[in-house]
Design a protein around this ligand. Sequence first.
Ligand SMILES: [Zn+2]
Length: 171
Amino acid sequence: MAAYSTRHYGSSRYGLHDPKVIVEHLTESSTYGPIWTMFAQNVADNELHELPGVCTHFVIDQNGKIHQLVPLRLMCRHTVGLNWTAIGIEHVGFNPSDVLDRPKVRAASLRLTNWLRCREGIKVSNVIGHNESLKSPYHLEKVRRLRGQTHDDFPTSAMRKYRAALRKLTC
Ligand SMILES: [Zn+2]
């Protein structure tokens, strides 16, 4: 991660200190098992062909169980441009409705995100979907060809609903 951080952010720091952003993702899979295996391999990813392997701090499975894969004190590769300051939360599923319309998953996701947000003092507006990464004021990317790179998971249409639900929770 120190080498990745040097290439992409211009600093060899690999610790996640004072994170400013939480990024919500979808795994594009229907179960947790293959996702754990995919992250555990720590091999160069198919898209950017880099190490360390892609990862995430948390995965919420199809039953709403929360799995922590990486300690919060470490950066991890889940969102180009934001890994230096973002906590990553993956949700098993294909569409935002797999989170928003499944009561157990929705409750677990909102509870985890709210706890992290309050613990780290992160604004609700900085709880974003992966698809919103390029609009984040914290977006930083030294590699020119990746400056416009994002994914289509959790677009603004779904994140508006997510943030509205999050605002109703207290710290
Ligand atoms: Zn994603």
